[in-house]
Design a protein around this ligand. Structure first.
Ligand code: ADP
Ligand code: MG
Length: 382
């Protein structure tokens, strides 16, 4: 993994008025974190580092251990093993309220009987900030989440998106160097979710916050993150930039989780200067850097594939080819998704521009082709 980014990224948007206390967020190191519940290894030996100001997403299916790991960082759950290190200091034994961490929960967890301002002021009270300083800090936090003037209202008078903003204001009001969020946008509709993604990212950059965000939504992870940690069964499957996880998946788990993909498994053979995945029904060229022989998985993204009618020749030399029968043609606005039943029964996915005419119809025999360098190989995939 590469660690090139540190500190805050510049933005063109106006400042929020909340200056970060240290000028940058915390550096977070997780070392060998383990948590078991009975027979379940909820978190299984996870180690990773988040650099100051980075936005990390813990991504994974339900039950993969995201919430448990986040709650260990926050201090709500005690790990069975491993260390949480914040700016060089082991905080594993530090109680929740001493960790200087802001947290946004999925269900907002606002106090319904308190006003918006009192909700946002809560962390300041906990930290014994003087009463006369509180009001200004609360108003600035509300301004930062575009809720200036809403302080007197009750949370019940606000929409879901506004309540989530209040939760966000409460999480940042004390200017913590680390913000943790557990599926913060899960309950919002798509349009609002996308707007909030952009807003949270802007805010975290302006404040120089280090953020650890939990989601099962791959689009959210790809859009918002500097780094993604993909979890499965409590284990860290892959850690890297969104581009690395999407373009260079290290495993079938990653390739399946991030975006649509077609996976082909088989033995790699060398034929002259070419490396080929030997399959009974097709010939798949393996990109040049494939090492050695043995079992491998080739990942082909749906947009890399071209469709041509059966019985016609390849559109250019040196392409991979796979025969099949078109089973569905699904219009999706800016693209169209074509499903093709491969000769071995597997369903293959192709994404075409919706404007271009398809050279085939449902039921037609076709050949799928793609260039060798537009696929990715996972060597040694067992
Ligand atoms: P995620 O947030 O990715 O959905 P969780 O961290 O909530 O996953 O859960 C990971 C695993 O640990 C699951 O199998 C879950 O059932 C189990 N688990 C989480 N918390 C507890 C608990 N308090 N008691 C027993 N099992 C738990
Ligand atoms: Mg969870």
């Amino acid at each position: 993994m590469t660690e090139t980014e540190t500190g805050t990224a510049p933005t063109g948007t106006p400042p929020t008025g909340i200056a970060p206390r240290t000028g940058s967020g915390a550096r977070v190191e997780l070392a060998g974190i383990v948590k078991t519940y009975g027979d379940v290894r909820a978190v299984d030996d996870v180690s990773l580092t988040v650099e100051p100001g980075q936005f990390l997403t813990l991504l994974g299916a339900s039950g993969s251990g995201k919430t448990t790991l986040l709650r260990i960082i926050a201090g709500f759950v005690e790990a069975d093993g491993g260390r949480v290190v914040l700016d060089g200091r082991d905080i594993s034994q530090v109680p929740v309220h001493r960790r200087e961490i802001g947290m946004v929960f999925q269900n907002y967890a606002l106090f319904p009987h308190l006003s918006v301002a009192a909700n946002v002021a809560f962390p300041l009270e906990m930290r014994r900030v003087r009463r006369r300083d509180r009001a200004a800090l609360v108003e600035r936090a509300l301004e930062a989440v575009q809720l200036a003037g809403y302080g007197r209202r009750s949370p019940k008078e606000l929409s879901g998106g506004q309540q989530q903003r209040v939760a966000l204001a409460r999480a940042i009001v004390a200017r913590p160097p680390l913000l943790l969020m557990d599926e913060p946008l899960g309950a919002l509709d798509r349009r609002l979710r996308e707007a909030m993604q952009i807003e949270i990212r802007r805010l975290s950059r302006e404040l120089g916050l280090t953020v650890i965000n939990v989601t099962h939504d791959q689009e959210e992870a790809l859009t918002m993150s500097d780094r993604i940690a993909l979890l499965a069964g409590g284990r860290l499957v892959q850690y890297g930039t969104p581009e690395e996880l999407y373009g260079l998946p290290n495993s079938e788990v990653t390739a399946r989780f991030l975006g649509e993909s077609n996976l082909f498994r088989g033995p790699v053979r060398h034929e002259g200067s070419e490396a080929v995945l030997a399959l009974p029904h097709g010939r798949i060229l393996v990109p040049g850097d494939a090492r050695g022989e043995g079992e491998a998985v080739v990942v082909v993204r749906p947009s890399a594939i071209r469709i041509r009618p059966a019985g016609t020749g390849p559109s250019r030399p040196a392409v991979s080819e796979m025969p099949g029968v078109v089973s569905a043609d699904i219009y999706a606005g800016d693209s169209r998704k074509v499903l093709v039943a491969g000769a071995d029964g597997a369903e293959l996915v192709v994404r075409c521009e919706s404007g271009a005419p398809l050279p085939c119809a449902v039921g037609d025999e076709v050949v799928l082709e793609w260039d060798a360098d537009s696929c990715h190989i996972i060597p040694g995939a067992a």
